[in-house]
Design a protein around this ligand. Structure first.
Ligand code: BGC
Length: 920
């Protein structure tokens, strides 16, 4: 457990390492090839041994780390294994001509790196000298970059297959390690029959160490798949519709993942949901099922029947009666992970399942209760075991007559006709029409909310007066002018100079006027697997969401996120933009790596664990992307056409759990439209469901530069007024809230009354209530705990955190005096440059050699832009007259914040000034 609230990076690393190890899923282990014997001689194949993927790509993968331990370093280093040097040298030679290809820019990273072809001779020779072969296969994908059903992404390449064929043909002891963010095609396992296969996922900066622990048996594998691995990609029920650039029909409805396979296509599964082997064996005996009016309790005794200590995940699935609605054969109803059990040791676990969680959502009224959660009458069977396929019947309960669990109101229903899957009378796959919208949401939305109080002008009240109870929030907010109300909606970023450098967003007191009312500026940063600071500051990179979910270990994940919470607090960041919690609807979604599972219960519980960890330290996470961000291709526009039932039971369920059990108070809407309306401007989603039905009290923010629309209209990032009407409080992000640099329609809507002052005030209240919970608020109030003092001290001593950034606001041209630049040997100066007008810019540095420097001295100055090297200028000691060095930034720059680093490899330079000038 965490010691005395101290931010101890070594302890943090230990927990992350344990999580990476517990997230690893062992699919196969013939003849106990694993764990590796201590003196094993190992030949490592696959170039991924030289480039470990710590995470996927895009905003969720941009954590600058101090180190990343890959698998081979861990094996050879701490593991002390004898790694075949001849094979290694072959790779090293080959890599000279086939260097790692990073791709050029956002979403341009290749999914895989070209593999080295193996000769039979090399493999044969390796076999003579080694007893074991480890083959590593790597893949990446991520934001704005889906996987594709092609070789090199979902499928192996020919060279990779050839590597498996040759190595598995010669070695008996073969272990395949998958360093991937998503599940990939696994048909090759049968073809080449390696002895062992492990999904290691992308384990963050401690990933290699986690892998080592699993390979050596220090951690007995106990990860379980959070997705079904099917025989073929076309077997996934969403395959026919996935990837459509404009409209994605959710025909499979609630039959996502194992819900589909267990109900309709059992024989299409290679590895079932919840599957994962151990080096030991377990017996799971379920003892009893108790039922009272509110819950079912399943008592389970889990015993280690093998001869090595290990942990087991006990999973309980429910089979509800088919009733009128039709049900999946299995639905995960609860789970628990055992403690570390020694051989022969048993543990009793009680898994409690609230009755309501077994209910189904009737979106048609066929049960007599439209728009309601109901428990249909009949027998509910509970299956207990180590994965969905093997779980066996432990008992059942009977619901005598239909129970209404919660009567709600229609919301977010589809407007496009389509048919959805359901079991037919004989249990075979059949289809039915999806119930369409019957209530025009305009009727709810168009009601203009009157302000609680008329505009009063400044009465001298500050936000602190609301906290102390001196005035109500309504009275306080009635002082805000129309302009203030527009500005409070606008979050600023990326990398706002008002908050921790390099973070994604700032909101709250972003203008002088808002500040004068006592609003602090809150800071949010990506997420989800560590803190992203684009200025180059270092942070800790955690295992990806899928890996964490595969641990099925809530305590461990919570513990890890306590460290994350401390790290956020240390960096003065109030809010991590994560967890990502969209459902793994299809294996090709590039962002699956950030998300947890195909199952909503597990998804919700993982989010709860992360939130609770962070809440311990007064910071929070933003659960995202609400909702149905299930494909990256054309994510800005692709419409999710989905039934209310599938939304409630699958796509919104995890969020509901995070709100109700995890106390989430910050949510990010997604880019895409759902059933005709973009989510940021979707009143049904953001107000009716989230706030009215779930009782959510926090803030809702858009995804960065998102669009909104009014029903039937085109969407645009400028239609922020529609977002405010829906009660999406914050538009993220603009460069300058006061200047309305995003050119939004807020002021116009307020003036014309198309969005009322009351609606603006409602969001302003949400934002202010949120601000009162933040560390930014505490700091503004001068509240520093001992913990804050310790954290600040440790931050100041941390050379990985870039301190003292010099802000430079560039309105066509800006000048920085040379006095502010430390030119001593080994020193760096960091500038945070905010460009007000997009265009082509150049840097002009007027410099010379210092007087006392010898004529032949070389005086280098290296310049970096956003961490990328741009140029080195080298003066000589004879350059004693001022000269202006010009560095053209060849690419046009956008209105945004950029980071420039000046690094002085040797001292001796004097700088008169530095200018940033717009040239066109
Ligand atoms: C992503 C979000 C992220 C935001 C800020 C967007 O592109 O979709 O998940 O939090 O950028 O970086």
């Amino acid at each position: 457990m965490m010691k005395d609230n101290i931010f101890d990076v070594q302890e943090y690393a230990k927990v992350a390492r344990q999580a990476a190890a517990e997230g690893a899923v062992l699919l196969k282990n013939d003849n106990n090839v694993l764990p590796l014997a201590p003196k094993s001689k190992v030949a490592l194949f696959g170039r991924a041994q030289f480039n470990y993927y710590k995470s996927g790509t895009g905003s969720g993968g941009m954590v600058n780390t101090r180190y990343v331990v890959g698998i081979s370093e861990a094996l050879e280093g701490e593991g002390g294994y004898l790694i075949d040097q001849t094979v290694k040298k072959h790779y090293e030679e080959w890599l000279k001509d086939h260097p790692y290809e990073a791709g050029n820019g956002w979403a341009k990273e290749p999914w895989f790196q070209e593999e080295m072809p193996l000769t039979e001779e090399l493999v044969e020779r390796a076999r003579q000298d080694n007893d074991t072969a480890i083959i590593i296969i790597g893949r990446t994908a991520g934001e704005d970059k889906d996987n594709v059903a092609e070789a090199g992404s979902y499928y192996l390449t020919e060279i990779e297959e050839d590597m498996l064929k040759k190595v598995c043909g010669v070695f008996e002891r073969t272990i395949v390690l998958l360093n991937v963010g998503n599940i990939i095609d696994m048909s090759w396992v049968k073809k080449y029959n390696p002895a062992s296969v492990i999904y290691l996922w992308q384990g963050g900066q401690e990933g290699g160490n986690g892998a080592l622990d699993v390979l050596t048996g220090k951690v007995n594998p106990c990860g379980k798949l959070t997705d079904t691995i099917a025989k073929e990609i076309s077997d996934y029920p969403s395959s026919a519709n996935y990837g459509n650039p404009t409209r994605n029909l959710y025909v499979e409805d609630i039959y996502v993942g194992y819900r589909y396979f267990e109900t309709f296509a059992k024989d299409r599964v290679l590895y079932p949901f919840g599957y994962g082997l151990s080096y030991t064996t377990f017996s799971i005996q379920s003892r009893a099922i108790y039922q009272d009016d509110l819950k079912v309790a399943v008592d389970v005794a889990v015993t280690n029947t093998g001869n090595m200590a290990g942990k087991e995940v006990v999973q309980v699935y429910c089979e509800a009666p088919q009733g009128k609605l039709g049900k999946p054969k299995r639905v995960l109803a609860g789970f628990a992970k055992s403690k570390l059990l020694s051989p022969g040791e048993s543990q009793d676990l009680r898994i409690e399942i609230p009755l309501g969680t077994l209910s189904s959502y009737d979106d048609s009224g066929v049960t007599g209760y439209k728009s309601a959660w109901v428990l249909e009458e009949g027998s509910y069977g509970f299956y207990v075991g180590g994965n969905v396929r093997e779980a066996s019947l432990a008992g059942s309960i009977t619901i005598e007559s239909l129970k209404l669990i919660e009567q709600l109101q229609e919301a977010l229903a589809p407007v496009t006709e389509f048919e959805r899957m359901r079991p037919g009378k004989d249990g075979q796959l059949s289809f039915e029409k999806v119930p369409l919208r019957t209530i025009d949401p305009k009727k709810t939305r168009e009601k203009k909310l009157p302000p609680a109080k008329e505009y009063t002008g400044d009465l001298g009240y500050k936000l602190a007066d609301v906290e102390s109870g001196k005035v109500s929030m309504d009275t306080f907010l009635s002082q805000l002018s129309d302009e203030d109300l527009c500005c409070i909606i606008r979050g600023e970023g990326m990398s706002s100079p008002k908050v921790t450098p390099g973070t994604a967003g700032a909101f709250g007191g972003v203008t002088e006027s808002l500040k004068s009312f006592g609003l602090p500026v809150a800071c949010c940063a990506d997420g989800p697997s560590g803190i992203r600071m684009d200025c180059g500051s270092l942070a800790f990179a955690l295992p990806i969401g899928t890996c964490l979910a595969c641990t099925w270990n809530m305590e461990l994940v919570e513990e890890l996120f306590r460290y994350e919470g401390l790290e956020l607090r240390r960096n003065k960041i109030d809010n991590l933009l994560g967890p990502g919690m969209n459902i793994h609807r299809h294996p090709l979604n590039g962002r699956n790596f950030e998300y947890f599972s195909e199952d909503p219960l597990l998804t919700g519980k993982m989010a709860v664990a992360q939130l609770q960890g962070m809440h311990k330290y007064g910071v929070t996470g933003t659960i995202k992307h609400f909702a149905c961000n299930n494909q990256e291709s054309n994510r800005y526009d692709v419409e999710a056409v989905v039934s209310e039932r599938a939304l409630r039971e699958i796509y919104l369920k995890g969020f509901e759990i995070a709100v109700k059990e995890g106390g989430a108070y910050s949510i990010m809407t997604s880019y895409n439209p759902v059933n005709g309306l973009w989510t940021s401007s979707n009143y049904d989603l953001v107000t009716t469901i989230l706030r009215k039905q779930w009782g959510y009290k926090g803030i809702v923010m858009t995804d960065w530069f998102a669009k909104g629309n009014d029903e039937g209209e085109e969407a645009s990032p400028q239609n922020v007024a529609a977002m405010v009407r829906a009660q999406n409080d914050l538009y993220m992000v603009v460069l300058d809230a006061k200047k309305n640099s995003g050119n939004d329609n807020l002021a116009e809507a307020l003036e014309k009354g198309t969005t009322s002052r009351g609606e603006f005030l409602r969001s302003a209240a949400n934002i202010c209530n949120y601000l009162l919970t933040t560390l930014a608020w505490r700091r503004q109030q001068g509240i520093f705990s001992q913990l804050d003092e310790q954290l600040t001290k440790s931050l100041e001593e941390d050379d990985g955190i870039i301190q003292n950034m010099i802000p430079l606001d560039v309105d066509k041209c800006a000048t920085l005096s040379g006095d502010l630049i430390n030119t001593q040997k080994g020193e760096s100066t960091h500038l945070q440059v905010t460009i007000q007008e997009a265009g082509y810019y150049r840097l002009e540095i007027t410099c010379k050699a210092m007087e006392d420097i010898s004529e032949l001295a070389q005086i280098p100055l290296s310049i970096f832009l956003n961490q990328n090297f741009v140029k080195t200028i080298t003066l000589t000691g004879s350059d004693k007259i001022w000269r202006t060095e010009i560095i053209d930034f060849e690419e046009p720059v956008l209105q945004n914040t950029y980071f420039i680093k000046l690094y002085f490899g040797l001292g001796g330079m004097e700088i008169k000034d530095l200018k940033i000038v717009k040239i066109k």
